[in-house]
Design a protein around this ligand. Structure first.
Ligand SMILES: C=CC1=C(C)c2cc3[nH]c(cc4nc(cc5[nH]c(cc1n2)c(C)c5CCC(=O)O)C(CCC(=O)O)=C4C)c(C)c3C=C
Ligand SMILES: [Fe+2]
Length: 450
């Protein structure tokens, strides 16, 4: 099959820099090219296959026996085109790393690694080179003709499914590698918050890897490959896995929901905002130089106390957030994307958005203009020892400077937010995420070889 036929709508690095990251567009509108239409025609088209056999999928029909025998025969001899979900891809190379402005994928793994004893700057540089090369291959639209030595082929027939892998450095990395002079001021430890119940073993770390893909096997494969490539240099400190709605499960692009059932992400900064770049990315001539076009990621595992939350009536839940549950419209009126009017009062003289409503307390207007790009995954790790779901949000906030993003907002939320009674911050980390790698480069090269 030709390269053009295998390729989804190509997104250049520059184009990706202008990708919509707002609520509606965050719903996987990006990077999903119309690959199916570009494929070489098969004697029995996928459309006809589905039309004949129903959308349940060819595999089920093959397994289904006599009823699907005719179709099974055809499937057995002719390749079935990948869906647009599988063939969509996001380039690894670019001025900025992928996995920041693109919509959060259906599957995510967040992993922190610590360098092993004795590993230093050179070992770290070699690791980042190995990791970058592996990700370059795994995210490419064209599969290599033969798998690389490290590749276990778990996802050899799937993907790239919008795979992105994003690398970051934690504060402890700099001391371990003798790079203290390159430590950014913005990587100062996050302050303690009164409501924190942090597990040190699942917080911080020397290196951070964020993996996202629209297929579970593709995401697992990337994680496994990177973990194997780290051997002898770094070991996993903690790993968290999450999910979002799968592309195609809604009839039209719409903002996703979290596990409390709220539409979440509506009032994220948008690439079309005049201050978007300045808020989210370190400028090209920013400081330190190796962080040019990078960003800072705050990672918080926030457990939702779902049994308590579910005791509230929907009206109470809406009051806690300040938005309607059904469609995300602000309680001050309008539809989902109508700006929140914090000055509006109801007929009985009370504020339309309560004093402790989450959107009031978190709003940039309540925090001296502080804002961040939220790009989260939900998580569910079974039932906790207390018998309630161990579920919540793997909250990832992106900003050019945490002191102008997450820190002031969380300070305000901590104690003042009605939602905080239903949340428990269980782990925390802050990472410096450098700019992207160009052809032949690896992520972090400017730091490690600068
Ligand atoms: C420190 C920053 C924030 C944390 C931590 C946080 C946790 C958190 N939020 C929700 C649900 C919603 N948040 C919403 C809006 C919103 N949240 C933050 C910041 C943090 N949230 C901001 C800056 C905003 C935007 C405020 C505004 O200007 O309007 C919303 C409303 C929809 C939206 O705009 O996204 C919901 C819903 C949960 C469940 C949660 C922890 C688990
Ligand atoms: Fe929030």
């Amino acid at each position: 099959m030709s390269k053009a036929a295998r390729t989804g709508r190509r997104q250049s690095g520059a184009a990706m820099d202008h990708v919509e990251a707002d609520g509606a567009a965050m719903d996987h509108a990006v990077g999903h090219g119309d690959a199916l239409a570009q494929r070489e025609p098969a004697p029995i088209s996928r459309r006809r296959l589905i039309g004949t056999a129903g959308a349940a999928g060819a595999a089920g029909l093959i397994a289904g026996g006599a009823a699907g025998a005719g179709v099974a025969e055809a499937v057995g001899t002719e390749p079935t085109a990948l869906t647009t979900v599988g063939s969509a891809y996001i380039p690894f190379e670019g001025t900025r790393q992928a996995g920041i402005v693109q919509p959060a994928q259906a599957r995510g793994h967040l992993v922190a690694f610590d360098l092993v004893k004795g590993a230093g700057r050179k070992d770290a540089a070699a690791l980042l080179r190995r990791w970058s090369d592996a990700v370059r291959t795994m995210t490419a639209p064209d599969r290599p003709s033969a798998p690389a030595a490290y590749d276990d082929q778990v996802a050899y027939d799937a993907g790239p499914a919008s795979l992105t892998v994003t690398f970051g450095f934690g504060r402890s990395f700099f001391g371990r590698t003798g790079l203290d002079s390159a430590l950014p001021k913005a990587l100062a430890p996050l302050p303690d918050f009164a409501g924190d119940r942090l597990d040190a073993a699942r917080s911080n770390g020397d290196l951070w890897v964020q993996i996202g893909a629209d297929d579970a096997l593709v995401a697992f494969h990337a994680l496994r490959v990177l973990q194997k490539a780290a051997r002898d240099t770094a070991t996993a400190r903690w790993q968290m896995s999450g999910f979002n709605r799968t592309p195609g499960t809604t009839p039209r692009p719409m903002t996703g929901r979290n596990l409390m059932g709220q539409i979440d992400g509506t009032n994220n900064p948008k690439p079309s905002d005049p201050d978007f770049e300045q808020r989210v990315f370190v400028p090209a001539h920013g400081s330190p130089g190796w962080m040019a076009d990078g960003s800072y990621a705050v990672v918080r595992r926030i457990r939702m106390l779902l049994d308590d939350w579910d005791h509230l009536t929907v009206a109470r839940q809406e009051r806690v957030i300040g938005r309607r549950k059904s469609d995300g419209a602000p309680l001050s009126g309008g539809t989902e994307f109508t700006p929140v009017d914090l000055g509006k009062f109801t007929a009985d003289g009370s504020p339309a958005i309560a004093g402790d409503a989450h959107v009031r307390v978190a709003a940039a207007a309540s925090n001296g203009g502080a804002a961040m790009l939220r790009r989260a995954f939900s998580y569910h790790d079974g039932i906790g020892s207390d018998g309630t779901p161990d579920a919540g949000l793997l909250f990832v906030a992106w900003q050019a400077d945490p002191l102008k993003g997450f820190v002031p907002v969380q300070r305000k939320l901590d104690g003042g937010d009605g939602l905080s009674r239903f949340l428990r911050h269980e782990s925390s980390a802050l990472f410096a995420v450098p700019g992207g790698a160009g052809a032949g480069e690896y992520v972090g090269q400017r730091l490690l070889e600068g």
